[in-house]
Design a protein around this ligand. Structure first.
Ligand code: AHR
Length: 644
């Protein structure tokens, strides 16, 4: 063995490349690959929803933050009121009085680390307003740039003692990531204002309560099979009172009550006291988004345990009914007939057709006996009412260890359909775990790799090529074991460059731009090239799980009749690979393409200014039933091969 290693080292030093022969048996696929296999997991962390995907530009638009002027600079006489409110679940509003002496009263919003405005783009301002003493009042609505100039303004008139919605569209004359919105009372009088909102007109699909078009496009481009939402830890809450309650997130957007965001004080060295959830991006919008991006929705509900790292509050079993009912009602909201209570809510919001929900997850990273005790109650109730809905349980916060070893048998006992596994580990772990699922029980629940990402601590957990390649290598093992692994989602998804709590993340953005990481492109290369059936790929009679730093998997794609081979070379030297395809009978390879990610430096990252690492495509020379390849160092390639 020692001699072999020495020989390999010597040949590399002499520039002689290691040669490897792999075989792919095309005749006998070994497993079906689920269309849901590669997906996305969304959580409102790192300003992923408010300040991110949710395109609202005004922070604290309803004045419901515990300190009601957070995000605002009031000037002149401005007070917070709640008498005869416009919205009963968001009762605060502001009263601005301009007594004519100062002729200068109003309020100014800072957005989420600024408001991003683009020259030539239109923005829809709206407000609920009334004039309590019936004297009409003139307001100027202004877009203010970071030099404190207000070149864009429009005047609106408020009249009447009843609340009414007033809207106006402004076209920005400048591009600025750190603009502000200002409202100035221009005439003598008193005005009440609530739910002050500013959205780009050009949201995804031009929806008024819409999402940032560039960020949704990035999700769409992943071709995701599943969409897990809304968390993560936020479904648990720092306390039970602040858990995610989906019923608060549907119905008129103005009346969805504010919730604390669990990520505000989670990391003591990186606190975000102004991080709350408006729930403007709520369960209706999540289901709609799943539909838009072609992914199966996978909502997660609280199982009656708050975050066990934080407060660890537990709902006793005899008090669990409302929680279970929430899960059942959620299924009705997604799939119920328009005549059902919750199906009607969905229809009234604009979607009479069902969302065709097929799965629901109960709990996130729960552990201990308290979890299976509760999960079992949920599972029985869901199975009794909705036998076709698949239930997803959890194996806790880690990839192994005491809790994991306790929970997996419990999941089997309860009989959940899928078990959610989470691993935030070093790249080396991903490389050495490419065979993790080769020996998993084929008769138990299926695996949902629900949260994973390679954390390269040496680089400050950067989204670099090394992390991305280690994920690509690990994912060959997910694909090879597609009979047991049915879903996989990287985490977290989004991060605002000025307001993140957790890294690495798949997509970074500021108020104007977004950046796809190399990890994103790995996900995309898998998502765009999933295939339908696993093919047996071997080298020296074994799966390729890291021999000489090579990783590989192969699939058949039924709709196109193509063979898809994914190859990863993590080594810092090239490799010669020959692949013999067997079982083709008289068929020959006629052409092929290779989509690849490669760079000489494993530390390379993408930035908002420049995406250095993007997939490139080139043709591949094929010969009969063989493929001969020179794999560069630090390389991930997806080969699509056509047959005659
Ligand atoms: O993805 C970030 C967090 O990591 C999730 O909220 C949680 O499930 C995990 O601990």
């Amino acid at each position: 063995m020692k001699r072999l290693t020495a020989l390999l080292a010597l040949s590399l030093a002499l520039g002689v490349q290691a040669q490897h022969t792999m075989t792919v048996d095309v005749a006998k696929p070994t497993a079906k690959i689920q269309p849901t296999m590669y997906g996305v997991f969304f959580e409102d962390i790192n300003f992923g929803a408010d300040g991110g995907l949710y395109a609202e530009l005004v922070k604290n638009r309803s004045f419901e933050f515990p300190q009601p002027f957070v995000g605002w600079v009031p000037f002149g006489q401005v007070t917070v009121e709640d008498e005869k409110p416009c919205f009963d679940r968001n009762p605060h509003y502001i009263r601005i009085v301009n007594d004519g002496r100062l002729l200068r009263a109003g309020i100014d919003n800072e957005g989420y680390r600024g408001i991003g405005l683009k020259q030539g783009e239109e923005y829809r301002f709206s407000v609920y307003a009334r004039t309590p003493d019936a004297t009409p009042v003139k307001l100027s609505v202004e877009l203010v740039n970071s030099n404190a100039e207000n070149p864009v303004k429009k005047e609106i008139e408020i009249k009447g003692q009843e609340w009414q919605k007033v809207a106006v569209v402004l076209k920005s004359s400048f591009t600025d990531a750190h603009s502000r919105l200002r409202i100035v009372v221009q005439s003598k009088g008193t005005v009440d204002l609530d739910h002050i909102s500013l959205f780009p007109v050009n949201t995804w699909k031009q929806r008024e309560n819409g999402l940032r078009a560039d960020l949704v496009q990035a999700l769409y481009d992943l071709n995701p099979g599943v969409f897990r939402f809304p968390g993560g830890c936020i479904i648990e809450g720092n306390s039970l009172a602040t858990r995610y309650q989906w019923k608060n997130s549907v119905g008129p957007v103005e009346n969805r009550p504010l919730n604390e965001n669990r990520w505000n004080y989670t990391f003591k060295h990186k606190a975000f006291p102004d991080y709350f959830q408006s729930l403007g991006l709520g369960f209706y919008e999540y289901f709609l988004l799943s539909e838009d991006i072609g992914a199966e929705p996978l909502p997660v509900v609280s199982c009656g345990l708050s975050c066990q790292y934080e407060s660890n509050e537990i709902v006793s079993l005899d008090q669990l009914d409302p929680y279970v009912q929430d899960a059942l009602d959620l299924i009705e909201f997604a799939n119920g007939d328009v005549n059902t209570t919750w199906g009607k809510v969905r229809a009234d919001m604009g979607h009479p057709a069902p969302f065709n929900l097929k799965m629901i997850a109960v709990g996130n990273e729960q552990w201990g006996e308290v979890y299976p005790e509760r999960l079992e109650v949920f599972t029985k109730a869901i199975r009794a009412k909705y036998p076709d809905i698949k239930v997803v349980g959890s194996s806790g916060p880690s990839a192994g260890g005491e809790q994991f070893d306790y929970l997996w048998p419990e999941m089997k006992r309860i009989g959940v359909d899928l078990v959610d596994e989470h691993y935030y580990m070093a790249p080396d772990w991903f490389l050495t775990n490419a065979a993790r699922y080769d020996s998993y029980d084929r008769k138990g629940p299926k695996v949902f790799a629900g949260e994973y990402a390679a954390h390269d601590h040496a680089s400050g957990k950067a989204n670099n090529l090394y992390a991305a390649l280690s994920e690509a290598a690990f994912m060959t093992g997910l694909e090879r074991n597609a009979d047991v692994v049915h879903l996989a989602t990287y985490a977290p998804l989004f991060a605002h460059v000025d307001a993140w709590q957790w890294n690495p993340d798949l997509i970074w953005f500021d108020n104007l731009r977004m950046m796809r990481t190399p990890n994103y492109y790995v996900q995309q290369m898998y998502g765009m090239n999933t295939g339908t059936d696993v093919l047996k790929l071997q080298m020296d009679g074994k799966p390729v799980t890291g021999q000489d730093s090579l990783y590989a998997t192969a699939a058949w794609d039924e709709p196109t009749g193509e063979i898809i081979v994914k190859l990863v070379n993590v080594a810092s030297h090239p490799a010669e690979v020959k692949i013999d395809f067997t079982g083709l009978k008289k068929r020959q390879l006629v052409s092929g393409t290779c989509t690849y990610l490669h760079d000489g430096d494993l530390k390379t990252v993408n930035t908002l200014e420049q995406e250095t690492l993007v997939p490139r495509v080139r043709p591949v020379q094929v010969k009969g039933q063989t493929l001969e390849l020179q794999l560069p160092e630090h390389f991930f390639g997806v080969y699509r091969l056509q047959l005659n």
